[in-house]
Design a protein around this ligand. Structure first.
Ligand SMILES: [Fe+2]
Length: 252
């Protein structure tokens, strides 16, 4: 989700969407909550109150220093596991879904064009083992730029986790699928935020920075707000996915 428009859409519609579609568990990527970059404890609390069970982050985790201490103690807001072990927070959360099923959420950062402390392939197997020991349903938010990395990780984890959902590009891909081993995958979940923009930023500002190479202060756009994501259906006992459907809801 991105900025105030994304947050307002979730505060207004997420509870109803969960009800309408019988969604038992909801993960929101919140690294763009604070004016387009980073997240504050207050905003994290608002997203949790709006109906998120777990909030994941990404390359913008540290943009707001207020979040550091919060990440140390939060059990529901996580940052990519392959950031430094010396940094606050963790990359794995376990929480209970509305039907009582335990769900583990794993957050990892891609390597291409992003500054991961460790390569995701060096941490993912141990992380998934830990998640599987804690919960039958395991969701992976792979925050990455490159489609190749996202497809590769989805294949690597096929049969070991319930779903691998990509975030970070803000553009929803049309490759939602359940792989042969029972792992649902989507290269990118898209953006809950203003689509009349350049991935959430006012288009003229983003274009000016690209054209001139000069520092330009970004502002979050306002128009064309949509709630985007994916709905995954799974067997709560085995954790195997049975269906995945991209979500694309105009708001208001
Ligand atoms: Fe990102």
């Amino acid at each position: 989700m991105v900025g105030a428009p994304g947050r307002r859409a979730l505060e207004d519609r997420l509870r109803a969407l969960r009800e309408e579609r019988a969604i038992d568990f909801c993960v929101v990527n919140g690294e763009n909550a604070a004016d387009g970059v980073g997240i504050t404890p207050k905003l994290a609390e608002r997203l949790l109150a709006a109906g998120a069970d777990v909030i994941t982050l990404g390359n913008h985790t540290w943009r707001r220093h207020e979040i550091n201490a919060y990440l140390e103690r939060s059990e529901r807001v996580i940052r990519p596991a392959n950031m430094s072990a010396s940094a606050p927070g963790r990359g794995l959360a376990v929480a209970e879904a509305a039907d009582g099923t335990r769900v583990a959420v794993v957050n990892v950062l891609g390597s291409l064009f992003l500054e991961a402390h460790a390569h995701f392939f060096d941490v993912i197997d141990d992380l998934v083992d830990e998640a599987r020991a804690a919960a039958p349903v395991v969701l992976v938010d792979f925050h990455a730029e490159a489609t190749s990395e996202k497809v590769a990780l989805s294949r690597w984890l096929d049969g070991r986790v319930t779903a691998v959902i990509g975030t970070h590009t803000h553009v929803q891909t049309s490759d939602a699928r359940v792989q042969p081993g029972g792992t649902a995958a989507l290269t990118d979940a898209g953006m809950t935020g203003p689509h009349d923009s350049v991935i959430g930023v006012k288009a003229d500002l983003a274009i000016r920075r690209m054209r001139t190479g000069m520092p330009t202060r970004f502002e979050t756009a306002e128009g064309g707000v949509r709630i985007e994501g994916a709905v995954v259906e799974c067997d709560p006992e085995t954790g195997r996915a049975t269906a995945i459907e991209p979500l694309r809801v105009p708001w208001p």
